[in-house]
Design a binder for this molecule. Structure first.
Ligand SMILES: Cc1cc2nc3c(=O)[nH]c(=O)nc-3n(C[C@H](O)[C@H](O)[C@H](O)COP(=O)(O)OP(=O)(O)OC[C@H]3O[C@@H](n4cnc5c(N)ncnc54)[C@H](O)[C@@H]3O)c2cc1C
Length: 492
């Protein structure tokens, strides 16, 4: 084995070059540390993947960033994408339910309405009447955490969960509303529901606060933003910035070993990738939970056991391109499908209607994507690519009338793409961090911890960067040392 690098002063190794690992590297470099990012695959970006179909740029992974929290948009601006942030051209989505595409109701928080009338047209009359009973029911105790579906069904009936909450949550987690933690997945609702006896009253409270925020200009601007050419460009731009600040990114470098070593009386780290060994003062594990578990098995079997228990859902995206001539689609950005309706696809995005640049790049091309696969659903993902294209086409034909033959198709599989956040997830994450707190200079970040969305992953990366930097007597002390690499970022 050859040894690469030395226990260089202030050297941090980041494992994984998804958006979390890259964001952590970017932050540490801007603070003057030396950073090496090790990425198993041949490309950076993880679940963010720019691609192409029929000559136009599209996202083949994540496609939009929540703009109501700052991390993703701020990072995009920091790495030079300020002028390329784009709001969706249309934000009006539909639900494909009870045999028709129906406008997505407004006036709800993750499908939970402030009053029954908000869901008229989507729910049956009995379903709407059941919501009204919320005001009369005695308080439902939430405790430390509760499954979103379970709590909402108790207050408002199952129909709201099955027709609205489930597809909306499923769109984010590919999960099961009756398992997903309300505390972790919809924290705002969790807090409000704790403070009110009635759930609809809790939602109205959230809505009133949001309206007050809007009136004072706090929540101005679009809720989501994309990037011209695809959000998949974000990690590429961050990687460029990392390199420009002197950081090193090695792709095709799966990390296989992690060991503590003694460096003159203090803990340092020995990181193995293939036949190379890197020595680091600190390590950030920004790879999915099973990988972090494997790497931690020797140094923290307790943290590894917790991480081993994190479950994942797999999914596939089917991207279809059509000639626009003679092809008509309903208005809007696409639709969600409640699982109770028994369809195969769970959502479809009308990409060339949602993102203006796609239509601009080739006005003659129409791009749609459909997704399949939810937590625990394995049968559909076992099918061949051409079968997935066919099931997507059949569902799309029924939902939208689109009968044309696509000019190009792509199937992108995201095996174990989304970590699941069941009830108690936050306590598991707290236990992981508690165990890792005993290992100086070691932190974890990414989708498995504080939220699966891009901004949440970036926030967890910054937290991990702060954690290793605050490590007493090591990295922080070393930031004053010389930093290799020609470019120091401005404004550090
Ligand atoms: C299909 C899909 C669509 C999504 N859509 C959206 C969306 O529109 N908006 C949104 O906000 N979020 C979306 N998400 C969620 C979001 O994209 C992800 O949660 C987020 O990108 C995860 O980032 P990460 O850095 O934590 O992990 P990852 O992107 O998984 O990156 C981890 C990296 O670690 C690498 N790695 C693994 N093992 C090793 C090893 N041994 N050594 C070194 N490297 C290793 C992997 O190759 C990978 O590059 C979507 C997710 C999926 C799957």
């Amino acid at each position: 084995m050859s040894a690469t690098g030395s226990a260089g002063r202030g050297h941090v190794v980041v494992v994984g070059a998804g958006i979390a690992g890259l964001a952590a590297a970017h932050r540490l470099l801007r603070r003057g540390l030396r950073v090496t990012v090790l990425e198993a695959s041949e490309r950076v970006g993880g679940k963010l993947l720019p691609g192409e179909i029929a000559g136009v740029r599209v996202d083949l992974g994540a496609e939009s960033m929540l703009a109501r929290r700052p991390e993703a948009v701020d990072l995009a601006r920091e790495v030079g994408l300020s002028d390329e942030l784009r709001p969706p051209a249309t934000a009006s989505a539909s639900l494909w339910t009870r045999g028709a595409l129906r406008p997505m109701p407004k006036g709800h928080v993750m499908g939970v309405p402030g009053n029954a009338s908000a869901l008229a047209g989507v729910l049956s009359d009995e379903g709407l009447a059941r919501i009204e009973r919320d005001a009369e029911l005695p308080r439902t105790e939430i405790g430390d955490d509760v499954a979103v579906g379970e709590y909402v069904a108790r207050r408002l009936g199952r129909e709201v969960v099955d027709r609205l909450v489930e597809p909306l949550l499923g769109g984010v987690y590919a999960g099961d509303a009756y398992r997903i933690s309300m505390r972790a997945a919809v924290p705002q609702l969790f807090q409000a529901a704790r403070a009110h006896d009635s759930l609809t009253e809790a939602v109205r409270d959230i809505q009133a606060r949001a309206a007050a925020g809007q009136a004072s200009g706090q929540a101005a601007g679009p809720v989501f933003l994309g990037v011209e050419g695809g959000v998949g460009r974000l990690p590429l731009a961050v990687a460029d910035a990392v390199r420009a600040h002197g950081g090193e990114i090695l792709t095709g470098a799966p990390v296989t070993g992690l060991r503590r070593e003694d460096d003159g009386g203090r803990t340092a780290w020995r990181v193995t990738t293939g036949d190379r060994v890197l020595h680091a003062d600190a390590v950030i594990l920004a790879a999915p939970a099973p990988v972090a578990a494997r790497l931690l098995r020797g140094e923290s079997p307790e943290a590894a056991a917790e991480l081993d228990a994190v479950e994942y859902a797999s999914m596939a995206l089917i991207t279809l391109a059509y000639r626009r001539a003679g092809t008509a689609l309903p208005q809007g950005s696409g639709f969600l499908v409640p699982p109770v309706d028994g369809r195969t696809i769970k959502a479809s995005t009308f990409a060339s209607q949602k993102w203006g640049w796609i239509a601009d790049e080739d006005p003659d091309v129409l791009v749609l994507r459909a997704s399949v696969g939810r937590y625990g659903e394995t049968e559909v993902l076992g099918r061949e690519d051409d079968e997935l294209v066919e099931v997507a086409r059949a569902d799309l034909r029924e939902a939208t009338g689109l009968a044309a033959t696509p000019v190009a198709t792509r199937v992108t599989r995201w095996t174990d793409g989304l970590p699941q956040y069941p009830v108690g997830h936050h306590t598991r994450v707290a236990r992981v961090r508690e165990h890792l707190g005993k290992l100086p200079g070691l932190a974890v970040c990414g989708a498995a911890y504080d939220g699966v969305g891009i901004p949440a992953c970036i926030a967890s990366a910054y937290e991990a960067a702060d954690r290793v930097q605050d490590r007493p007597g090591t990295v922080q002390e070393l930031t004053t040392g010389p930093v290799p690499g020609p470019h120091r970022g401005a404004g550090e």
